[in-house]
Design a protein around this ligand. Sequence first.
Ligand code: ADP
Ligand code: MG
Length: 453
Amino acid sequence: MTNDGWVEIREDLRKRVGKDNYVTWIEPLKLSGLKNGVASFAVPTTFFGDWVKRNFAEHILNHMNRAGTEVERVEFAPVRKAPSKPAKPTDSTSAAPRSKTPAEDKEVPGAPLDSRFTFDSFVVGKPNELAHAAARRMAEGGPVTFNPLFLYGGVGLGKTHLMHAIAHELQARQPGLRVLYLSAEQFMYRFVQALRERQVMDFKELFRSVDVLMVDDVQFIAGKDSTQEEFFHTFNALVDQNKQIVISADCAPGEIKGLEERIKSRLQCGLVVDLHPTDYELRLGILQQKAEFYHTQYRDLKIAPGVLEFLAHRISTNVRVLEGALTRLFAFASLVGREITLDLTQDCLADILRASDRKVTIEEIQRKVAEHYNIRLSDMIGPKRVRTIARPRQIAMYLAKQLTSRSLPDIGRRFGGRDHTTIMHGVRKIEELMTADSQLSDDLQMLKRLLQG
Ligand code: ADP
Ligand code: MG
């Protein structure tokens, strides 16, 4: 097969890996040999080759075989270039544009960007509005006003999504801008590789030649001394040149254990914003957006009213789990050709729902109910019988029965050693009142939501 044959196969790969990955990683590959079942490709750098091997070798292999070229293995070797001469110092009196240093001539291969992670697909709600606004501002690419932008928050709350969105937006607005996005793990990996191959100068030059550097999950380099050191120097060099830096982590800069103090304080110098855990409205918004997307894929599928609300209510962990649940639900429903009802949802997602069930304790219930009705916690277990105290106590009993798996005698013990018949009476009383008293039923709804998070 010739390189032309490869170019045809390559086109096919575009569909498989997505446009961004294709342009960054597949297009630059040149078929340099095909012998004894081994296809060799020339790549710009060793790092590039390793990356492609790790992430795309399987796909390339499959596509070549499918196209009728028998290949057992693919190899990637960097093109050998003459060692680059150091850039000439520029003459500060001359008005001619500065010539590019070798590092600037090179591609800046970062990690591939996910084409789905854009601002358009990011649902904004109270918990993430600040982070979103900061990311938006940064993506406009104006003069650097805060450096770095530091985004932090728990898993699956949208840090990576926002970083990719910034990179996409910057590249769309300023195509020539050198934006480098990578995870802290990849930063380390490349640094270690540079050390091994004695190319630390190239490494430094490359990282100092970008316009925007984005490092995801920086907590990863905590405790890794020489990588931290290098990161610190890179960071300072870029800040000195007034280049923008965006960092993410799973907690605030000051709380990253094992991170050097000087790095912590540098990271705190810019704008630090956090992504809060999602709330019900945000989860519902995200689910609605995803459901709309699925509707374009599975046109005939119906989703019963209340299903998305149910999921937003019950799955309170991260957005990735929420998305996974919806994906599974649609796939399952389309397979069995049924409407997505609440029953189907509960069957299909039993494991996820169980895992994200929050365990509510009786103490929590008593505390929340006491707070809500403005009575003392001690009155929950005390003997007072006045209505203003007895009623909230019964509400707490009812919620204890509903939200925990405790037996009636067990609940009784936690309400000051009351008999199980007293508990049963309380539960019944509330069930009775609930149907007639809409204020009470609203209160119960709210308390339940509060307790289940
Ligand atoms: P993190 O990097 O904080 O762990 P990610 O950015 O990888 O989280 O987000 C996890 C998943 O949830 C991704 O698929 C992302 O698209 C999605 N996601 C998170 N927040 C939102 C949001 N506000 N709107 C839409 N999708 C979101
Ligand atoms: Mg992430």
